[in-house]
Design a protein around this ligand. Structure first.
Ligand SMILES: [Zn+2]
Length: 304
């Protein structure tokens, strides 16, 4: 297929050479800025939620839209590059992860052509997922990005965004080494914690979510923000039920993820100090990748 440049940007944006041989074509988008000396250390996955890839490409290159991404992955597996990795593409918007409030400056954005929930949420094409995996592995290798720093837009903007949707095959990516993932804990009968509750157990839940990276205050009140973050967590890590309620399955999956991340970190990064108790600050917790979930929430203290 021949892709034309956007009609309102008649070739004035300088072209560039793709950052990887995986790129099939370059469509320069003017919608980018300076990383201000920051280096990308995360990959953010999106879906376009538009009727077609061509429509998405036009929008991502339209100066009036003021949005872009570094890469666009088509259903058939072709990869277009829109912004050079050295530049700051405008894909994340207001966002937060693990202490960072400017995710655009420290990430590489990848858009997958997909119509989203409004388009009936069809399964992603195998060729598209294979290309996304190859692209992520290429970027991770070149830039030493750990698997756990491959995230969805919904993770870094949980109260605004739901892409790349509950049907995104995170498990398939993880099997190839892309993203942090554990098999979701089964949904069982048991305590269910939700909006309106407060107490130490809610503070512990908020702490664990913040240690994973989510942006939420440790208030001990299960409010709208906590519900949005639980929903985002479920969308990514426990998609069988996305209801914003912290049930046993959600909490066990969260604890297993933190343990898996600690285990993955250990070869490079071993803390010689015992972990401090859970964050109590009224601000989002800093990432503490070496902290064990079991230490923070020993059996008996956890939500019950
Ligand atoms: Zn997005």
């Amino acid at each position: 297929m021949t892709l034309k440049p956007p009609s309102d940007d008649p070739g004035t944006t300088p072209s560039f050479t793709g950052d990887t041989p995986l790129v099939n074509d370059v469509h320069p988008s003017p919608n980018h800025g300076d990383r201000k000396g920051r280096q990308p250390d995360a990959i953010i996955l999106h879906h376009t939620a538009m009727v077609s890839g061509e429509a998405a490409l036009l929008r991502l290159c339209d100066p009036a839209a003021e949005v872009s991404a570094h890469y666009l992955v088509w259903e058939d597996g072709r990869i277009s590059q829109l912004v050079a990795e050295k530049h700051r593409a405008w894909h994340a918007g207001q966002s937060y992860w693990a202490g960072e409030r400017d995710m655009n400056s420290v990430s590489i954005g990848i858009e997958l052509v997909h119509p989203g929930p409004e388009g009936g949420s069809p399964p992603y094409e195998e060729a598209q997922i294979a290309a996304t995996i190859a692209l992520c592995l290429d970027i991770m290798r070149r830039r030493s990005i750990p698997a756990a720093r491959v995230l969805g837009h919904c993770d870094i903007a949980p109260d605004r965004k739901d892409d790349p949707s509950a049907h995104f095959p995170w498990a398939q990516l993880a099997a190839a080494g892309v993203g942090l993932y554990v098999p979701p804990s089964p949904i069982v009968e048991g305590p269910r914690h939700q909006n309106g509750e407060h107490g130490q157990h809610i503070e512990t839940l908020q702490s664990l979510l913040a240690i994973l990276g989510y942006g939420l205050s440790i208030t001990n009140l299960y409010g709208m923000k906590t519900e949005a973050v639980v929903r985002a967590f479920q969308r990514h890590y426990r998609p069988a039920l996305i209801d914003g309620i912290a049930d046993v399955s959600t909490i066990e999956t969260l604890k297993a993820l933190l343990a898996a991340r600690s285990a993955a970190d250990k070869p490079q990064k071993v803390s010689s100090h015992p972990p401090e108790k859970a964050e109590k600050a009224e601000k989002p917790a800093k990432p503490q990748t070496a902290v064990s979930a079991e230490t923070l929430a020993p059996k008996g203290r956890w939500l019950n």
